[in-house]
Design a protein around this ligand. Structure first.
Ligand SMILES: Cc1ncc(COP(=O)(O)O)c(C=O)c1O
Length: 402
């Protein structure tokens, strides 16, 4: 199924920034913003905002914006609105929750596949740490090791729903099942995964599911979604006068209210990528399934192009993945590759992608990392072609190459 050419054009036309002609292959670091999201944010300011919980219309609008945002994120990930904790980004929220969920004496299991934002918050609380290893050749996170790593002393297992570097989608459901059987909690980093396909946090077995709207066409807002009943038993540090209700007691200070309106618009945008009927949740699942197919079809062309270039080394070959490639080019540093591509209007990242442990295990972290080129729903064939042309040039343009 995927997207028809017409759908791709319609979707792309909604993104004003794509008109600059660049191939935006940097979506894993943050997506572009469609007009309805820009409009929702400016409309919120234009109509007038007040702080939440007041008795006048501007405050009531803000209260409604927050409620709508929680409902939208709940639909996106298959959670409940009053289990949606909002914050500036995933890293901040994860540090906050790590201090509520774990402490000295607890045992936590983290993985070397993860972005550092789902590692360091757990290893810096004084908890005992056990490491799940990623296979540096395949890029997989083998499930079997978790039976050894998780035991009766395990308080929490932190793992990613998809690697922001290799794209690996580990078998999260199987790992969470092992964790739950031992009475441990699971904290699943969905920051990369959410942008690339439908999400059902319950099917994954995530007690906590983290996501960031700026990875899926929204503004810079993060969220962690959990069972509101489970949140009732947790008591984070907070100001005395601020609400003690769930989920509000997990949120510090005043929210970026207009941006929250943008988050809701981003979810609506994702739900409308392909025409559909039914609830927003049903339309999201259909749209994101089509988006994933679209991305993976383009990705197959991107990978076969990269893999046939003798001067390119591609890292990882996981069985289930997002459309995210990580590669190096012989004789050219990752930074030089990014600069060369930028000169041709192709936006990619180079470096360690904050996947500190993984890039260490791959042996590239201390030599400038590698290049990441990723696809999201608004990318098209020409983006892939331009990447491949740009990388191919690096073979022939350098002196002394054969
Ligand atoms: C997989 C993954 N996890 C966590 C993060 C951190 O997210 P945030 O920027 O919202 O703190 C990122 C950001 O790139 C990411 O890709």
């Amino acid at each position: 199924m995927g997207f028809s050419d017409e759908t791709v054009e319609t979707v792309r036309a909604l993104y004003p920034s794509l008109a600059d002609g660049h191939a935006y292959l940097d979506g894993a670091a943050g997506t572009q913003t469609p007009q309805p999201v820009i409009d929702a944010i400016s409309d919120a300011y234009r109509r007038g905002l007040g702080n939440v919980g007041g008795v006048f219309p501007a405050s009531e609008r803000s209260t409604a914006i927050v409620a709508a945002c929680r409902a939208a994120i709940a639909d996106l990930v298959g959670g409940l609105p009053n289990g949606v904790i909002l914050g500036p980004n995933m890293t901040t929220l994860t540090y906050r929750l790590a201090r509520v969920l774990t402490g000295p004496g607890d045992e936590v299991v983290v993985s070397r596949l993860d972005h550092d934002a789902n590692v360091r918050p757990w290893t810096q609380t004084g908890a005992r740490v056990r490491w799940a290893e990623a296979d540096p050749v395949t890029g997989e996170l083998p499930v079997e090791q978790y039976a050894e790593l998780i035991g009766p002393g395990t308080r929490l297992v932190a793992l990613t729903a998809a690697s922001n570097t290799l794209g690996t989608r580990p078998d999260v459901a199987a790992i969470c099942e092992i964790a739950h059987a031992a009475g441990a909690l699971t904290f699943v980093d969905g920051v990369h995964a959410t942008a690339h396909g439908p999400v059902d946090m319950h099917a994954l077995g995530a007690d906590f599911y983290a996501t960031s709207a700026y990875k899926w066409s929204g503004p810079h807002i993060g969220a962690v979604v959990a069972d509101p009943v489970a949140l009732e038993s947790l008591h984070p540090d907070k100001l005395l006068p601020s609400p003690d209700t769930v989920p509000e007691r997990f949120e510090l200070g005043t929210a970026a209210l207009a941006d929250l309106a943008g988050v809701t618009a981003a979810v609506e945008h994702l739900a409308d990528l392909v025409p559909g009927t039914g609830s927003r949740r049903a339309r999201l699942v259909a749209s994101m399934t089509a988006a994933e197919e679209h991305e993976l079809a383009l990705f197959a062309a991107m990978m076969s192009g990269l893999e046939t270039m003798p001067h390119v080394t591609v890292y990882g070959k996981p069985a289930r993945r997002t459309a995210t490639a990580f590669f190096t080019v012989a004789g050219t540093t990752p930074q030089q590759v990014a600069e060369h591509l930028a000169g041709r209007g192709v936006n990619v990242w180079s470096g360690n992608m904050y996947a500190w442990e993984l890039t260490g295990a791959l042996g590239v972290r201390d030599s400038g990392g590698a290049v990441r080129a990723g696809l999201v729903h608004y990318n098209d064939r020409s983006d892939v072609e331009r990447l491949l042309e740009g990388v191919a040039e690096l073979r022939s343009t350098r002196p002394g190459r054969t």
